[in-house]
Ligand binder design. Structure first.
Ligand code: SF4
Length: 263
């Protein structure tokens, strides 16, 4: 984990550390004063950049609604994938999963990386229901979409909980979510047998099964399904009907590059 709540899962760095029994890398600075050659010019430039950022619409939206602000805007641009990339528009889903819904329902605090004036980080709490989680790190755009629209779900609390569980397991939310969404489509099309699925009824939108059964199975390589999906998080999935979208060994992020987004 980086800063206590960012999982170092993407591209498998966390897995490499785990395989080497490396638990942590600590970076500790001892010289907190950095000499600047031209302090006045530096201060002038810093103020000018900060005021440009504050006046920017994109920075304002990102600070207000986090990176999930991209979900509401991206949905209308056709840039948000749904049902394992088989669709790219659902207005109600965009509203239910977007950054303003997160702010209205679960946000308890906005946070920033050191000295950042945008503050896109979210702190959330889900008090009730099957996806309740204590106050802590909140999901970003990719996590919300990977465990939301990509699985045909509009349950924002489920995305919050799935992200937290992936953090606990040290798993990358994009790799895990994109792989599970692929398996949902493969199950629907009959490309994964009941034996492949360990007799689990894997269906679109069933986030309770994803959170309680599938994610732990992947993390522990449990059963045929756990082994298959764990492997597919790092290799490509291909069945009779569908192939998994990926870029080299990486699972495809939750956007649709065929769509040209005008800013
Ligand atoms: S520096 Fe951190 S808080 Fe600021 S925009 Fe980037 S990720 Fe968000």
């Amino acid at each position: 984990m980086n800063e206590g709540h960012h999982s170092f899962g993407r591209a498998g760095f966390g897995a490499v550390m785990g395989s080497k029994n490396l638990k942590a890398i600590v970076v500790k600075g001892h010289n907190r004063i950095v000499d600047v050659a031209q302090p006045e010019k530096y201060e002038e430039l810093r103020k000018s950049i900060n005021s440009t950022i504050k006046e920017s619409l994109a920075a304002g939206l990102t600070g207000e609604n986090g990176t999930a602000a991209n979900l509401e805007v991206g949905m209308f641009a056709g840039d948000v994938p749904i049902r394992n990339f088989t669709s790219n528009f659902n207005e109600e889903m965009g509203d239910a999963l977007g950054g303003s819904a997160l702010a209205d329902n679960y946000l308890t605090r906005r946070r920033a990386c050191a000295y950042c004036s945008i503050a896109c980080k979210r702190v959330v709490e889900v008090k009730d229901g099957p996806f309740n989680i204590p106050n802590g790190s909140g999901p970003e755009y990719e996590t919300i979409v990977a465990f939301g629209s990509l699985m045909n779900s509009d349950d924002l609390a489920a995305s919050c909980k799935a992200g937290r569980i992936c953090n606990d397991f040290g798993m990358d939310t994009i790799s895990a979510g994109v792989t599970i969404a692929w398996a949902m489509e493969a199950a629907e099309k009959g490309d994964l047998s009941i034996t492949d699925l360990d007799s689990i009824d894997l269906k679109w939108s069933d986030l309770e099964t994803v959170v309680e059964v599938i994610l732990p199975k992947i993390a522990q390589r449990d059963g045929k399904l756990g082994n298959l999906l764990q492997l597919l998080c790092i290799k490509s999935g291909k069945t009779r009907s569908i192939i998994q979208r990926k870029v080299k060994a990486w699972k495809h992020p939750c956007m649709i590059p065929e769509v040209e987004v005008m800013v």
